[in-house]
Structures are given as C-alpha cells and as structure tokens.
Design a protein around this ligand. Structure first.
Ligand code: NAD
Length: 246
C-alpha cells in the first residue's frame, strides 16, 4: 500500500520541517527523492540522511525552477512545500511584505508547476501536492498576508485540477493546522510566556494538540500514490477540527 517504488519525487522546502518529513516518507516508500531548498546547510544534510539528492533552489526565481527541470528531467511527484510566514494585520503589513509572501508562497508554486507540469502532461501521469494551510480556508487572526497567499494556493490548486482534468495529472493541496516544526518552535520563543503560547497554539485544534510533521507526510504519501487516483482538486484538511466551527 502507498508504494512509490520507481517514482521520482521533488520536494521543495525539503530541508526542514514539513518538507523534510515528506521527503523522508517518500524515500522510505521507495521513491527517488530530490530535496530542493534555498538552505544549503540543512538541505544537503537532509538529502544525505534519506538517501536522496540535494538541489539548491529559490522557488521565487522562475529561471531557477526552469533550469532545475532541464537538469533533473521529469518527476512523478511534485510537492510544493517551500513557504514563508508573516505576522501582521493591515496596519502593520506593508506592500513589500505582501509581495514577498506572494513571491514565495504563490508564485513559487506557479514557477515549479510551469517547470515540471508540462513533463507530467506529456507522460499523462503525475501528482502535484501543494502545501496550503488552515489559513487557506479560514482567516487566521493577525496573518493578513499569509492568509491571503494561502487562499491563493487553494485557488491555484483547484484551477490547475480543472484545467488539466482528464490528463492523468492530479493536483491537490493540504491544509494543516499548527504543525510542530522548527519554524513554529522558534516563533514560540519570541512570546513573553512560550509555554502559554504553546498551549494557546495547540488549543486552536479542537483535539488540543499540534500536528506532527509526519502526520502531514502521511497525507502527502496518500496523495502521491496510485491509491488516490480519484482525488484531484481537493483541499485536504489536517487541522484537528479547527475549521469545523466554534
Ligand atoms: P520551515 O521554515 O521549517 O521550512 C520551510 C522550508 O522552506 C525551509 O527549509 C526553507 O529554507 C524553505 N524555503 C523558504 N523559502 C524558500 C524559497 N524561496 N525557495 C526554496 N526554499 C525555501 O517551515 P514549515 O513549518 O515546515 O512549513 C512548510 C510549509 O508548510 C510552508 O508552506 C508553510 O506555510 C506550511 N504550513 C506550515 C504550518 C506549521 O504550523 N508549521 C501549518 C500550515 C502550513
């Protein structure tokens, strides 16, 4: 079940957190994995640990993404996980903040799809998995720019699925609640009372805990595998019930 033997997977943002968990799970399920990240310290270490290959990539650069597709050729699974956050409402978000988040969170996915989806369409096979967020489905307080970009990721995923239905190429996104990654743990240290902040963050999930990155990886593995052949255009909620209601 959920075997990726013989498949090639590219994971952007694979050096850390959720991306690293996906890369690891894909590799342990038999895939040949490319770890693509702008982080040249953790990226190579992560790739070596799971028996994959590191490639330096800034997803915000269209030229870098196109060049990468020329270098590594077609992939079966494209997991667009690279993303950045921002804290602020309208009053403390600048146009430059918004542009920066769009460049990575939205145009980064667009760039990678432009580079790798034509090869999938040619082979009439492939699975694209975009990392959206709970903030792509409901607004998260004080995350104006982040929420805006993650709603765009859900929209982009659905538009891709619609335009390329009947091609054998599938497009889905995952909407996690809070995931316990180095990024989130570092942010917690900035609060006056990190333990209280942890409890507050955990309690937004109705089941009272954060997700483990491996739980996101398990969902991604399903979306990557043949068993999800009927799933396209979906926004899979992994939010411990956060979006169910209050
Ligand atoms: P993280 O910071 O641990 O990892 C993100 C990785 O992306 C890093 O390795 C970073 O170097 C890489 N990256 C950033 N910008 C890049 C760029 N321009 N080009 C290439 N690589 C780049 O973060 P994470 O918590 O693992 O989050 C990963 C994704 O999951 C993001 O898209 C994030 O929005 C999403 N997400 C995270 C959570 C959470 O609670 N952690 C929840 C929902 C969604």
């Amino acid at each position: 079940m959920f075997n990726l033997s013989g498949k090639t997977a590219l994971v952007t943002g694979g050096a850390s957190g959720i991306g690293a968990a996906l890369a690891n799970r894909f590799a342990s399920s038999g895939a040949n994995v490319w770890v693509a990240d702008r982080d040249e310290v953790n990226g190579p270490a992560m790739a070596a640990k799971l028996g994959g290959t590191f490639v330096k990539l800034d997803v915000a650069s269209e030229a870098d993404c196109a060049a990468l597709a020329q270098t590594i050729g077609a992939v079966d699974v494209l997991a667009n996980v690279a993303g950045i956050g921002h804290v602020g409402s309208l009053l403390n978000t600048t146009a430059a903040d918004l542009d920066k988040l769009f460049a990575v969170n939205v145009r980064g996915i667009f760039n990678c799809c432009k580079a790798f989806v034509p090869g999938m369409l040619e082979r009439r096979s492939g699975s694209v998995i975009n990392m959206a967020s709970i903030a792509g489905v409901i607004a998260v307080r004080d995350r104006l720019a982040y929420t805006t970009t993650k709603f765009a990721v859900v929209g982009l995923t659905k538009a891709l699925a619609l335009d390329h239905s009947h091609t054998g190429v599938r497009f889905n996104c995952i909407c996690p609640g809070r995931v316990e990654t180095p990024f989130v743990l570092a942010r917690l240290k900035e609060y006056p009372d990190p333990e209280k902040a942890y409890r507050d963050m955990a309690s937004t999930q109705l089941n009272g805990r954060m997700l483990a990155p491996e739980e996101v990886a398990a969902a991604a593995l399903y979306l990557a595998a043949e068993e999800s052949a009927m799933v396209t255009g979906s926004a899979m909620m992994l939010d411990g019930g956060w979006s169910a209601g209050k």
